[in-house]
Design a protein around this ligand. Sequence first.
Ligand code: PEP
Length: 244
Amino acid sequence: MKNNLYIIGNWKMNKNPTETREFMKEFNKLYEENKNKINSNIFYGIAAPATNLAMLKITSNDCLVVAQNVNENESGSHTGEISINMVKSVGAGAVILGHSERRKMYNETSQKVSQKAQKVIEAGLIPIIAFGETFEEYKMGKTKEVIKKMIKESTKGVNLLQVILAYEPVWAIGTGKTPSLKEIQKICAYIRSITNPNVIIQYGGSVKPKNIGKLMNQKDINGALVGGASLDPKIFIKLLTLNK
Ligand code: PEP
């Protein structure tokens, strides 16, 4: 069997604590019913809004609780921000950093991502570092060049064996469009070649039950970061069974 697979849902700014409890109630039931279809090498997690992390921790069994962002400072005058120890104290074991929405809408630079990643690791959590090319860059054949720079800058000073790298072509997020399987595998192999042979590489961008099986079969893909398809327990469970 292939090495471990890490499938993580990203709820973005969706669901409140009550909805989180309802999701987990249904999901836990489905998980039990489908247990025989879920390979033992599959691990899963959910990146929920900060207000829901405690609820996720209380209501879930083996779910990795993931935050969607943190501030790199320990405490102080940072109105509206949340510290690593705050998310850790309510059960978070990992944090997404550098998601394309944060890079684009909230000016999260690769330099900032590397600073945050270092602090996240120091606190004993796993940074999930996201990066990917835009459609224009893809069309111009610049994917490798663009992601090489993003990876280099976002992982500066960071041990690559303590992070998860999430390759997410910006144009594949929430669009239903994806690069071909061959292209995704090729880019993930490239990422491995410029980082570390043992680094964990997720693919993200319109992962659905219909394409997850083939994606997870690719040699250099070790998991998926999933937005839309993680919001419904019936669909999320199908991702974990690889649509069996
Ligand atoms: C994401 O938000 O990281 C993502 C990949 O979204 P979707 O699966 O909806 O494309």
